[in-house]
Write a protein that binds this ligand. Structure first.
Ligand code: PCA
Length: 214
């Protein structure tokens, strides 16, 4: 059976969970449009993440690849439009590395477009009641690094395999009772896990829809 490779990341920056992996891992083994999902976790470490992804590309031989990451400041599901050839960190990765103004691939093109149908995915998500928009930037941390590295690998093989990157919001913060009032105080907004899982299913379904027009 053909496969779809979905990746999520381990927690980083002091977080206890990473919403991307929590959502991705729940789809492992599911079949969508005749393709079996293979879910894999990547380290939030520049070099290691990409080395691991390259290994999975070789062993899984997917027909579609969607890498997923957590974006703390976002309230929507955001398919990324473009990956850029820049590593530039505000915080250290999980190995303590904090590159400044470096390339992902020395001598590589400035950028790669996602080859996912990003607008069709957004439309399909909104039809399901999930807020979504196309994002113009995946940042310059490990997510963009993996996105660029993925598109570089796929381009080397003539873009026969479609791929891209989707950022998802945080999971909702647990509610804590406000002292004195006894009422629950809601935490910062996040996307419930079931909706995140549904969003990724929709994204896979749209990306496998033949033929796709964006
Ligand atoms: N988000 C980070 C890296 C890992 C993750 O889930 C990012 O947006 O770069």
């Amino acid at each position: 059976m053909k496969t779809v490779l979905l990746t999520g990341f381990e927690p980083f920056g002091g977080g206890k969970v990473n919403s991307s992996w929590e959502a991705v891992r729940r789809l492992n083994g599911r079949v969508i449009r005749g393709h079996r999902i293979v879910a894999r976790r990547l380290a939030t470490v520049y070099d290691q993440s990409l080395a691991t992804l390259r290994r999975h590309l070789t062993t899984v031989k997917p027909a579609l690849v969607i890498c997923v990451g957590q974006a703390a400041g976002r309230a929507e599901v955001t398919p990324e439009r473009v990956a850029i050839n820049v590593d530039d960190s505000r915080i250290p990765d999980n190995a303590g590395r904090k590159p400044v103004d470096g390339p992902v691939v020395p001598g590589g093109p400035v950028a790669y477009w996602s080859t996912l149908p990003v607008k069709a995915i957004v439309r399909a998500l909104r039809r399901c009641g999930i807020s979504a928009s196309v994002s113009p930037t995946a940042g310059t941390f490990v997510c963009n690094h993996v996105f660029y590295g993925l598109m570089h690998e796929l381009a080397k093989n003539g873009n026969q395999v479609r791929g891209g990157f989707i950022h998802v919001p945080l999971l909702p913060a647990p509610t804590t009772p406000r002292r004195g009032s006894g009422r629950a105080k809601s935490g910062p907004s996040g996307l419930p896990l079931e909706m995140m899982v549904e969003a990724l299913k929709v994204a896979v379904r749209e990306s496998l829809r033949p033929p796709w027009h964006d």
